[in-house]
Design a protein. Structure first.
Ligand code: TNX
Length: 487
C-alpha cells in the first residue's frame, strides 16, 4: 500500500513492514467508552461493521485507545493534544496524555484508511492500514473557524455538520458570530424583542432566525464531543443595528434604527453613555457566559465607525471588564487595541492584511503589550468569504484580489506582525462571513478545500507542499459529500 496523505502533517511518521486490516471481528478496547463509541461510529457507515467497544486487556486484532502520560519519541508541544498512533500487523494502538489527543489520533487513523471510509454507505473494500508509528502534537493551541450566522442565519444542523467537517482536520475552536446589523441570533432571557424584531430578517430580506438557549446548548455539547470549543461573539458597540431595532432605548438619542438587509458596515452604534446599555450588556454577557463552557467570550469591537474614538475606548475598557467579571476571557477584533485599559488577558483577533496596513499592527501590538495573546486571521489569506477565484459566484473581494488555495498558507504566523513573537500567538482562525452565503452548499464551497490549508498551518511546524497534499485529499472530501470549491 502507498503511504497516505496526512493533513495536518504530523511531526514524525515512521513506516514499517506489514499492515493491519479492520474486519467485522475487530474490537475497540478502551477505558474511554465515549471515545470508543465515537471511533466505532466513524468506522460504521462505510465498513458496515458494528465494532464492539470493550474495556479490559487487549489482544491481537484489537484497536486500543488509551491514556498514557508518557508518549515519547518527539517533543510534544501542546501536550493536551499530543498523541501517538502505532500500527503493526497485530494491533492499532492510539495513546495520548489526554482524551483530546486520543481524539486527534483517531482523526489521523481515519486518514490512514482508504478515502471511501468517509462515505455514508458501505464500500466493499479491504480496510487495510499500513504499519506505521506517528507521534504528533500541534504548533498552536487555538485552531479555529468562524461562522457568521447573522448576515444569513444557519441553524443547529448546519452548524453540527460544520463541526464534524472541521474536527476531522484537528481544528478545535468554532467561533459563532451571533449578532450584527442584519440580525440578532441568540435568545437572551428578559430581552424577548432581540429574537422577535431583531431576528426577523437577514441580508436580502429573507426570514432570518435565531438559536434558542437549548439550540445553543446542543451545539456546545456536540462541539465538546468533537473536542471543539465554542466561542460566542456579540459584536459591540458597532454592528448593532438589529439590537437597536429590537430595543430603541439602546440607540444614541435621535437615532431610529430600521431593519437592515444590505451589506454595508460601520453605520450603527449603541449609546456608549447610557447605563441602560451596560445593563443590557451585563445581561447578554452573563447569559452567554452561563451557557458557554469554554474560556472565551468575543465582544467584537470592529469597524465601530459611528462611535466617537474616546467613547469607544471607554466602552471597550468597561465591556472587557464586564466579560471578565462573568468569568470569561474577552476576545476582541484588533481595533480593541486602541483602548489601553483592557481587562487583564484580553485577546486580540488580528484581521488586517498579511502585510499590515495603517494602525492594525499597532493595535495588535498594544493588545500584546497589555498582556494579551493574539489569534491571527489575516483577511487576504484566511478569510474564507473572500472569493477563491476572480468573479466567483459567491464571496467578496474587498481585499483587492481573490484568495486561491495556494495563497492561504503563504504567510508566516511567527513574522506577520513585526515585534510579535510566536509565544504570544494563541493560534489561527479562518472566518466565514456570510453576506453572500445562503446555503449549506455555499458554506462547503467557500470553506473547502481552503480550510485544509488553514488546518495545516495551525497544526504543523514545517508547512510544505500544502497544495498537492490538499489535492490528494479531494477523493476523501468527495466521499464525505462535501461540495468543495476551486482547488
Ligand atoms: C469585515 S472582519 C468585517 C465584517 C465583514 C467582513 C467581510 C471584521 C472584523 N469585520 O463585518 O463581514 O469584513 O469580509
Amino acid at each position: 500500500m502507498s503511504s497516505s496523505v496526512l493533513l495536518p502533517a504530523p511531526r514524525s511518521v515512521v513506516e514499517s513492514e506489514g499492515s493491519f486490516t479492520i474486519t467485522k471481528g475487530t474490537r475497540i478496547v478502551t477505558d474511554r467508552p465515549e471515545l470508543g463509541d465515537y471511533l466505532a461510529s466513524v468506522l460504521q457507515p462505510a465498513t458496515g461493521y458494528e465494532l464492539t467497544v470493550s474495556s479490559g486487556a487487549a489482544s491481537e486484532g484489537d484497536i486500543v485507545l488509551e491514556i498514557n502520560p508518557n508518549i515519547d519519541g518527539v517533543e510534544v508541544g501542546h501536550a493536551a493534544e499530543a498523541y501517538r498512533v502505532a500500527v503493526d500487523r497485530r494491533t492499532i494502538v492510539i495513546d495520548a496524555p489526554a482524551d483530546a489527543g486520543v481524539f486527534a489520533g483517531i482523526q489521523t487513523l481515519r486518514q490512514l484508511l482508504p478515502p471511501e471510509l468517509e462515505s455514508r454507505t458501505p464500500a466493499h473494500i479491504d480496510w487495510e492500514v499500513s504499519a506505521v508509528t506517528i507521534v504528533d502534537a500541534p504548533r498552536f493551541a487555538y485552531r479555529g473557524v468562524m461562522l457568521d450566522i447573522s448576515r444569513h442565519f444557519f441553524g443547529v444542523d448546519t452548524i453540527m455538520r460544520l463541526i464534524d467537517q472541521i474536527a476531522a482536520f484537528k481544528l478545535n475552536h468554532l467561533h459563532l458570530h451571533l449578532s450584527d446589523d442584519q440580525g440578532w441570533r441568540i435568545e437572551i432571557p428578559g430581552w424577548p424583542e432581540l429574537t422577535r424584531a431583531g431576528a426577523a430578517s437577514q441580508v436580502g430580506g429573507g426570514n432570518g432566525g435565531f438559536l434558542t438557549t437549548a439550540d445553543y446548548e446542543q451545539i456546545v455539547h456536540y462541539a465538546a464531543s468533537r473536542f471543539i470549543t465554542v466561542v460566542p461573539e456579540i459584536d459591540l458597540p458597532g454592528h448593532t443595528n438589529a439590537a437597536l431595532v429590537a430595543y430603541p432605548e439602546l440607540a444614541p438619542s435621535g437615532v431610529t434604527a430600521t431593519p437592515y438587509h444590505g451589506t454595508e458596515v460601520g453605520f450603527s452604534t449603541v449609546d456608549t453613555g447610557s447605563e441602560r446599555v451596560f445593563e443590557f450588556i451585563d445581561d447578554v454577557v452573563g447569559h452567554l457566559a452561563s451557557i458557554t463552557p469554554g474560556p472565551y467570550l468575543h465582544i467584537g469591537g470592529d469597524e465601530s465607525l459611528s462611535t466617537q474614538p474616546d467613547d469607544y475606548r471607554r466602552f471597550i475598557a468597561r465591556v472587557t471588564r464586564i466579560t471578565a467579571a462573568h468569568g470569561k476571557l474577552p476576545i476582541g477584533w484588533h481595533e480593541v487595541g486602541s483602548c489601553d485599559e483592557l481587562a487583564d488577558g484580553t485577546i486580540g483577533q488580528y484581521w488586517g492584511y498579511v502585510t499590515p496596513e495603517s494602525e492594525s499592527a499597532d493595535q495588535a501590538r498594544s493588545i500584546v503589550r497589555q498582556g494579551g495573546q493574539l489569534v491571527l486571521s489575516p483577511a487576504n489569506a484566511v478569510y474564507l468569504d473572500i472569493m477563491p477565484e476572480a468573479n466567483f459566484r459567491i464571496g467578496l473581494d474587498w481585499t483587492g484580489s481573490s484568495t486561491p488555495l495556494a495563497s492561504v498558507p503563504d504567510w508566516d504566523p511567527a513574522t506577520i506582525l513585526p515585534g510579535v513573537d510566536e509565544n504570544v500567538i494563541l493560534g489561527i482562525e479562518a472566518p466565514l462571513w456570510t453576506e453572500t452565503i445562503e446555503t449549506a452548499t455555499d458554506i462547503d464551497t467557500l470553506v473547502f478545500p481552503r480550510v485544509l490549508a488553514v488546518a495545516d498551518l495551525a497544526w504543523t511546524d514545517a508547512v510544505s507542499d500544502v497544495v498537492p497534499r490538499v489535492h490528494a485529499l479531494l477523493p476523501r472530501l468527495d466521499a464525505a459529500g462535501i461540495q468543495y470549491g476551486p482547488a
